[in-house]
Design a binder for this molecule. Structure first.
Ligand code: LP5
Ligand code: MN
Length: 240
């Protein structure tokens, strides 16, 4: 059995969600052969060299889970794109490229965070290009921690303001981008998070049936997972 999750947005101010995740790691995940995290595990990540008590605790729980035998994989989201090799080594998570094709339940499946499919959101696409530029990242990581914390806060404020002025559909994936990306990777199944719109979408991929699974975000009281077992792929929420 394999598990996939996304968009936990873990942060010290939401201890219930963090507790829900720790219980999940200590419980159901121990029965799984793998846990794949499709981005935005953290609300914000300002560099592997900054670890507060909160971050250290999550890393230790991930590591314990990896050592107990579950394969852990992590893909960057738009909040934790600065996670690097040090986090990977300390948490026992393998870093996955976005996108990555894997075999799940006997078929080729495309895994993504999902933000790169929101191509109509031009302001975000511009921000993303900058945020994923290695030169920009190096410059950011060279800043003192306090300045990085302040910048992360400012970016979150600006993002929140920008989002209140955006049409809802702009912040969802572009249907044509989904089909093009699936065809480019020769898959009929895609799994992603980011949009916080959990659903299983039936698709027509160049005349063939396809599916797009959107994993939901975790909130107080509710977690989301995609479970892969002998019954196939099952998207489900559960109480935390
Ligand atoms: O995140 P959310 O849900 O609010 O909205 C996202 C898109 N926004 C983002 C931006 C992030 O929230 C920023 C926070 C990152 C925290 C960690 C950063 C660590 C690095 C820096 C500090 C060390 O991803 C939002 C989408 C929405 O998803 C739906 O898809 O619409 O996109 C935007 O809001 C982008 C805005 O439209 C424009 C962004 C304004 C930022 C201005 C750039 C100035 C750069 C200054 C650098 C010095
Ligand atoms: Mn996201």
């Amino acid at each position: 059995m394999q598990l996939l999750i996304a968009d936990l947005h873990l942060q010290p101010s939401q201890p219930d969600i963090a507790k829900g995740f720790i219980d999940y790691l200590r419980g159901p995940v121990r029965q799984a052969s793998s846990l794949t995290i499709l981005g935005d595990l953290f609300e914000a990540w300002i560099g592997d060299d900054y670890r507060g008590e909160f971050e250290q605790r999550i890393i230790a729980e991930l590591k314990a889970c990896a050592e107990a035998g579950t394969r852990l994989a992590f893909m960057h989201g738009n909040r934790d794109f600065l996670i690097g090799e040090a986090f990977a080594a300390d948490s026992g998570c393998a870093l996955l490229d976005d996108p990555t094709v894997v075999e799940l339940g006997g078929q080729r499946v495309l895994l993504m965070h999902g933000d790169s499919l929101c191509t109509r959101d031009e302001a975000y696409m511009a921000f993303r290009r900058q945020a994923r530029d290695p030169a920009w990242q190096a410059q950011i990581l060279a800043m003192p921690v306090d300045e990085r914390k302040a910048l992360a806060r400012k970016l979150r404020e600006q993002s929140g303001e920008a989002n209140t002025n955006k049409a809802e559909d702009i912040m969802d994936v572009t249907p044509e981008a989904v089909i093009e990306t699936m065809q480019a990777h020769d898959v009929s199944v895609m799994i992603h998070g980011h949009t916080h719109r959990p659903a299983v979408h039936e698709l027509n991929v160049g005349g063939e049936p396809g599916k797009r699974y959107v994993i939901g975000d975790w909130r107080p009281g509710t977690g989301w997972q995609l479970r892969v077992d002998d019954d196939g792929l099952t998207l489900k929420s559960f109480p935390i």
